[in-house]
Design a protein around this ligand. Sequence first.
Ligand SMILES: [Cu+2]
Length: 261
Amino acid sequence: MKNLLLAATAALAIPAMAQAHFLLEYTTDTMIDAPGDVPVKLIFWHPFENGHVMDLELPEEFYMIHNGEKTDLKGTLEPVEFTGGENSGAAFKGSVPVKRSGDYVLATVPVPYYEASEDIYIQQITKAFLNRNELPTDWMNSVGLPTEIIPLNKPYNVIAGGTFTGLVVANGEPVAGAEIEIEYMAAEPDMDSAASSAPTVSPMAGGSVVAVSDADGYFTFGVPKAGYWGFAALGSGPATEHEGKELSQDAVIWIRAWNME
Ligand SMILES: [Cu+2]
């Protein structure tokens, strides 16, 4: 009971963290028609509520996997400002060279972010997916990150109204009982300006939407709406401490759902 009261007090004191924060690897589309450099924005934000933007440092790693081959994309990153509904923060704009047909899995390993209100570090290791010409090559494979969510549905053309299943792993082993926050990208970044677009829906009453992975590390979510959906397995990673403080090493995945037409 005492812990519950303390938790409630802490939650009241930190409204900026009341809803889920997500590292975005945002592209305007997931299916790429013409070969070329696809712009991507890395933003640490609360996109469901168009809320607080957190300053993002240059990530430790930013790369793509295509046909099993890793290509470092860190050199494409340029610092940009991003303005959400509440404030502006430091973000990055990069580019993904999409040429041959197949999947392009984007992976970001950010520098741990210090969240003063909770006195912890947060490191959201994030994956997103592009595809060209419908040829599936890489989406179902592990990228070999310290912790990640491996999709069991093709993540760039999920049906709105269907389901998405993911497997939470850490060091390649399933993580049972992981708490997974689920976020709808209600507001999307505008690729040409520093701003976000207006949010299309509001966050759910009752706080974050949450699933828990089962005994084998799997979770399934019924995807109710077209658009980008993010899943963050909180503290699923093997590292639990950074510079003497608690570290929440999270696995984040972004999927894109589409309406049947
Ligand atoms: Cu937050």
